[in-house]
Each structure stands twice: as C-alpha cells, then as structure tokens.
Design a protein around this ligand. Structure first.
Ligand SMILES: [Zn+2]
Length: 375
C-alpha cells in the first residue's frame, strides 16, 4: 500500500514538475508595486515572523503513523440544494453566506454577490487525473451560479485558485480582487486586466457601497517548483454599510489578527480556516484552538469554520476540525455556525446540529477533541 502510494506520489510530482515548467509565472521584481511592499524581500514575499516547515522525512513518518485515520468520509458527503433566492433575483442586503465547500463561499451583502476562492473542480491539482480529489461534490456548478459582482482570492494554491473554475467563471464576474502577483496569473488565463485589482496588505478598494481590504495572513504561495512565494497571500475584510465580514484565507496564528480587529472589527461574521493543520507545519495553518482564538482576536461575533469537509490535505480525521471547533466554541461561549455544504447562514443563525456525524458512525467527539494545540 505504502509502495503504491509512493509510486503514485512520484508520478504526481513528475507531472506537476512538467506542468509547472510551463505554467510558472516569473516575477523579476521589476514591478515597483512589489518592490515597495513591506513584505517583498530579495525577489520573494515573506511572512513577518519566521515560519517552520516539516521535513519530507517527518511528513512521511507522520503519514505512516496516521495511516489508520479516516481522512475521508465513508461515502461522498451530500450537498444541500442552494436556496432559489440565493441563485436568482437581487442579492440580499443583509449579510448572508452560502458554503459551497472548502474555502469557496458565496457572500451576499449590500445587494452584491461576492465569491471567495472559487474551486468547483473535481481536484485541487495542476492535472485533472491526480492530486487531492474532493470527497464532497461542489454545492453548485459554475453554470448554476448567478452573476458574481466580485471574486476575492486569498492566494494561489490549487485548493484556492483553480484555473478551470476561473476560466469558466470569467463571463459572469464583474471584478477579481486579489493579492500582489496573483493578478498576473488571472490575466495569463484570459481575464481582462481592467477587471483585476491587486492589493498589498492593508490596501483598500471601494466597490459599490463596500470597502474591500486585503489584510495580513501567515502562509506561503506557489503552484510549481520554482515560483514559491512569488505571489502574496492575504486575508480579506469586507465592510458593508451595516455589517462586516472577515475571511482568513489560509494562515497560521500571527500577530496581525489583533491589528485587523483593531482597525476593522468588530465583525458580524468571520470565515476562518479550520482544517489541514498538523504539528509539522504549525505556522502556516491553524489548529482549531487557534482558529477560535483568531476569531476572538479580530473581534468576531459569529464564526463559520471553512477549509474543511472537502479535500483530504492533512493527516487528521476528516471530521476532526468540525468536532474540535464545536467543542471549543461551546467551552468558550463563541457563537459558531456549521452549515452543510450548500446551506446559507446569517450572523444570527443558530448553530446547526452536527450533521456530519451521520456519515461517520464511530465519530466520537470525546476521542478526538483532546489533541494538543501546537500554539
Ligand atoms: Zn494554502
């Protein structure tokens, strides 16, 4: 089994390499905007704090030690049909969010529709036949989506930026807001340059009645072997006339959360990454304890965990993020929402029943929520 996995891994890596050689976006530092970014240094974007990365050997050891863990549900999770009013007619004035799986959400606020990190393909991968395959179908196809006023992109990893989805979406999106460097990828894929807005951390853009701000995250970027950290990663703030939303993107715990909370909080709803964590990469993804802490630091009122329940990207149980976040939120009095894929929530929605447990009969919270935080 392991031998087969290694052969498969090698094959995927080889294909990735081949693909990467053609798809690599080169950034030479000529763009003055990148050079003037406080987090651009020696031709690469950098995190503010030093980040640790696990060795390949350590990852393989952890993979082997956790080989019995159920990293996917026994059968693909079903999706809830998206409400008709979400898909047609004017967008809601009041803030509401529909989870389309992983970090893909459809946000309605001030009569506008925004889409975060749209990935509606079968795999989060550079190739269609290998790489992480979703265990929950997308809640919608691109064809079913209504007109999207703006797409918000947090970074260029395959599970957040999918070329096929972007290309398919192009005709129904007004504007793409993304981070320094990622805009070039979109333009290379055929998106008109005048519809792409690149922001550095702490830069704002007005969009209708909204203010959109790119805010710090602690992560990394890249789609090939030679383009690591050549594009920026970020979280996003959406300020409406009445309500405010925070989207964490992918991130480890970092000091910037408190500053985001000071400058832009409180937030009526936060979409916080909660999944794909491991103690071997403690600085670039958050354990559920840290996800809850991040929500509190930015001064969130209601928290919706994202980045779970869709792709197998780490070595924890597929439902562990949901169980740990739920237990911690209850302990700490955090108002949590945990919608089904396809379900729509508002900041005042009550917490859903733990719907995922029916798909994993032996899912016992007491057996999995006592894992130590890497904080
Ligand atoms: Zn990422």
């Amino acid at each position: 089994m392991l031998f087969f996995s290694l052969v498969l891994l090698g094959l995927v890596l080889a294909m990735w390499l081949l693909f990467a050689r053609r798809s690599t976006t080169r950034h030479t530092g000529r763009d003055a905007r990148y050079a003037s970014s406080p987090v651009w240094r020696d031709g690469r974007f950098r995190n503010v704090a030093d980040t640790r990365a696990g060795s390949l050997r350590g990852v393989m050891r952890e993979f082997w030690a956790n080989r019995g863990i159920r990293r996917k549900p026994r059968s693909p999770l079903p999706v809830t049909p998206v409400r008709a009013d979400v898909l047609s007619g004017p967008a809601s004035q009041a803030l509401q969010v529909t989870w389309l799986g992983h970090s893909t959400t459809l946000i309605e606020i001030d009569g506008l529709r925004l889409l975060t990190d749209p990935v509606l393909s079968e795999r989060a991968s550079p190739v269609p036949f290998a790489g992480p395959k979703r265990f929950t179908p997308p809640a919608l196809t691109v064809a079913q989506l209504p007109h999207i006023d703006a797409v918000l992109l947090s970074h260029d990893h395959f599970d957040h930026l999918d070329r096929d989805t972007i290309r398919a979406l192009a005709g129904k999106v007004g504007r793409f807001y993304t981070t320094l460097g990622v805009g070039r990828r979109l333009i290379a894929w055929g998106i008109a340059a005048d519809r792409v807005v690149e922001l550095d951390w702490w830069q704002e853009a007005s969009f209708g009645s909204l203010t959109l701000a790119a805010t710090p995250a602690q992560h990394f970027s890249g789609r090939g072997l030679r383009d690591g950290n050549s594009t920026l990663w970020a979280s996003w703030v959406v300020l409406g006339t009445q309500e405010r939303l925070f989207f964490s993107g992918d991130t480890g715990m970092h000091a910037g959360f408190a500053e985001i909370g000071e400058r832009y909080g409180p937030f009526d709803l936060t979409l916080i990454e909660c999944g794909a964590y491991n103690e071997l990469w403690p600085d670039v993804h958050m354990q559920p304890e840290q996800s809850i802490a991040a929500h509190q630091l930015v001064r969130g009122r209601t928290m919706m965990p994202v980045h779970w329940g869709t792709f197998d990207l780490a070595m924890h149980r597929w439902d562990e993020p949901a169980e740990r976040a739920r237990a911690l939120a209850a302990e700490q009095g955090v108002h949590l929402v945990q919608p089904r894929p396809g379900e729509t929530v508002r900041p005042d929605s009550t917490l859903q029943a733990p719907w995922w447990r029916v798909f994993e009969a032996d899912s016992a919270p007491s057996s999995i929520h006592n894992k130590e935080s890497a904080a």
